[in-house]
Design a protein around this ligand. Sequence first.
Ligand code: C5P
Length: 239
Amino acid sequence: MEKLEMLYEGKAKKVFKTSESGTYWIEYKDDATAFNGEKKGQIAGKGTLNNEISAIFLSLLKEKGLDNHFIKKISSTEQIVQQVEIIPIEVVVRNITAGSLAKRLGWEEGKELPQTIMEFYYKNDELGDPLINQDHIAILGLATEEELADIRNQALKINEILNEYLLNKDLILVDFKLEFGKSPAGDIILADEISPDTCRFWDAHTKKKLDKDRFRRDLGNVEEAYQEILRRIGGSVNV
Ligand code: C5P
């Protein structure tokens, strides 16, 4: 398989065409951004760490019967995925108050939510990814009612699988963001990445933040936190 021209460069990844139809070649970058691109930086080794971490989570989900775009890892920073058309909705699932939810409700961070909360954001850089609801999704034509129900079900299943898996590693899954895509056959499958860039992970005992909040809030030891996540989920730390 050959890497062909670049199709898209995002904040944390590049997407290339490949010589094999139906696939994309993804390259994970060390670049880090926060607050809709206002804060920019680099996290040493992040591309390598997130490529491995995401490969582990996406493989786990496949094993548990949750289909997704991951095919295989091909280098320390690259993986091959199934070609899908990304649905421009960021799906956020929350178990504990943190980040923008804590701010929106005026609740302190770290409270266990009485029920899992799901939020949808319109993936649109110019608008700053605004929070949207099912009616907005309908009028924007982003997904049909059935498609959104499918997305909801998958997101809840992913939450269950990851929660259980991470608790066994002494990690709390506070919240996370998912993106879904449509396959050429019209199926909606999980795409993008699952990593400390897109999830909040806290140590179950100390509640230490082991995710991108260390970068967002200038807490230091960002790379070490990502390495710790990889170590706990059984990946190699010799990256
Ligand atoms: O900032 P907020 O509290 O809304 O983030 C909720 C979750 O979604 C966090 O785990 C964060 O890492 C993730 N997220 C993301 N990409 C965004 C916005 C949020 O991965 N553009």
